[in-house]
Design a binder for this molecule. Structure first.
Ligand code: ARG
Length: 458
């Protein structure tokens, strides 16, 4: 018989059992569910709602159940629907009818909200640690590439040269915000819904704060209706996760491009690439591609959760059982992606010479020629037009700016003098961007330094 079977005259249709059960996925919450029950039962005894001796029996029973589940020795069944009722059933099998006192003053509605929060709390901590490792790997590459110059792009057209270190640090900044968002969300996750009951609270003289403290929460979710019906902490997590993987996806795209023969800017380590079943020469950046691909499912999980919640009346509705798989999937997808990305970035070989060659063979120093003229008191707009003419001439002659002779330069502007050759060299062009956050080597060093010190304080 079902734990709630009293008012029923017939067994549940088997298909209904199959359709409504969540045990196939919510068993991931087993240890959290039991952790919550241990705190709840201690509170029941402390508040003299159940006798101390019963609480001890239940606690011991719960520990046995936890071990059995952990060891794969417990039978979790669809007939018992979800993790909460499976645990309760196992407990009663273990210690007898007294196990039935555990659920006093509690509902599965506040219980599941609690389990989700306990799970997500741990997940967020692990994810922040993994993001930190990725930041470290990027910072490491930045430090090793303080003299590596590559073309910076806009519209995927060569624009102005930048340091590879600067490029790496742009991602460090993005991931720093991603980690900050996760850390900030922690205070909203870390509230205990237990004691909200099914929706309205409970008639028993419980102590919600005691349970919250036992479970290391910062406090309770106050309003009982809110506590059981909201999942905004899940939506917030999925949204933070979406931003994080969006940044990883952009980095993936760059890694894929850079490792193509067309760019040949980097080579990913063999340990992080895969081959082709047919083409013997292939070395594919599968990890980066798959992270880019999995971004879709993470966005999908966010959209699904938002959509599930949008029409739900307060308080609990069975629809909300749909909150779990997308959350688990997102946590696992991100853990997998981050765990691979840090060592993949760290072991990435940077082809400094190829990057430099690309800068030497382009017009990404054209802005500097214009700025040079501005410094000689030519109005910027006029300088822009002059340099446009110079570039056009070079394209026609199959030359770059640094190939021009002084006479050729002077045909376009008599303000151009001998010192132009120093100004237009890639290194000079980079180091001329000596403003806060600019790509000059000393500024990038400053960025690395500051990012490292913020990370060490995390
Ligand atoms: N398995 C349910 C869920 O995941 C637990 C809460 C069910 N509550 C209920 N009254 N049916 O949402």
């Amino acid at each position: 018989m079902k734990l709630w079977g009293g008012r029923f005259t017939k067994p549940t249709n088997e298909l209904v059992d199959e359709y409504t059960a969540s045990i196939s996925f919510d068993q991931k919450l087993a240890q959290y569910d039991i952790q919550g029950s241990l705190a709840h039962v201690e509170m029941l005894a402390k508040c003299a709602i159940i006798p101390e001796a019963d609480a001890e029996t239940i606690k011991h029973g719960l520990e046995v159940v936890a071990q059995k589940i952990e060891a794969g020795e417990a039978e979790l069944t669809q007939a018992n629907e979800d993790i909460h009722m499976n645990v309760e059933k196992l407990l009663i099998d273990e210690i007898g009818a007294v196990g039935g006192k555990l659920h006093t003053g509690r509902s599965r509605n506040d219980q599941i909200a609690l389990d989700m929060r306990l799970y997500l709390r741990d997940a967020v901590v692990s994810l922040v640690e993994l993001v930190s490792k990725l930041q470290e790997a990027l910072q490491q590459q930045a430090k090793q590439n303080l003299d590596t110059i590559l073309p910076g792009y806009t519209h995927l057209q060569r624009a102005q040269p930048v340091l590879f270190a600067h490029h790496m640090m742009a991602y460090v900044s993005m991931f720093e915000r991603d980690a900050d968002r996760l850390i900030d969300s922690f205070k909203r996750i870390n509230r205990s819904p237990l004691g909200a009951g099914a929706l309205a609270g409970t008639t028993f003289p419980i102590d919600r704060h005691y349970v919250a403290e036992k479970l290391n929460f910062d406090g309770v979710v106050e309003n009982s209706l809110d506590a059981v019906s909201d999942r905004d902490f899940v939506v917030e997590f999925l949204s933070n996760a979406s931003l994080l993987i969006m940044h990883m996806s952009r980095l993936s795209e760059e890694l894929v491009q850079w490792s193509s023969a067309e760019f040949n800017f980097i080579e990913l380590d063999d340990a992080f690439c895969t081959g082709s079943s047919m083409m013997p020469q292939k070395k594919n950046p599968d990890v980066a591609e798959l992270v880019r691909g999995k971004t879709g499912r993470v966005y999908g999980n966010l959209t699904a959760m938002l959509t599930t919640l949008k029409g739900l009346p307060i308080a609990y509705n069975k629809d909300m059982q749909e909150d779990k798989e997308g959350m688990f999937d997102t946590v696992e997808t991100l853990k997998g992606a981050l765990a691979l990305f840090a060592p993949m970035i760290e072991s990435m070989h940077v082809h400094k010479e190829n990057m430099y060659q690309a800068v030497a063979e382009d017009f990404s120093n054209a802005t500097d020629l214009a700025d040079y003229l501005v410094n000689k008191d030519v109005p910027f707009r006029e300088a822009h037009a002059v340099v446009g003419q110079v570039v056009l001439h070079c394209i026609e002659e199959n030359q770059y700016l640094l190939d021009l002779t002084m006479e050729e330069f002077q045909q376009f502007s008599t303000s151009i003098e001998e010192d132009i050759y120093d100004v237009l060299s890639p290194k000079a062009v980079v180091n001329a961007r000596d403003v806060v956050g600019g790509t000059a080597e000393n500024r990038v060093e400053e960025q690395i330094h500051q990012a490292e010190s913020r990370l060490s304080e995390r």
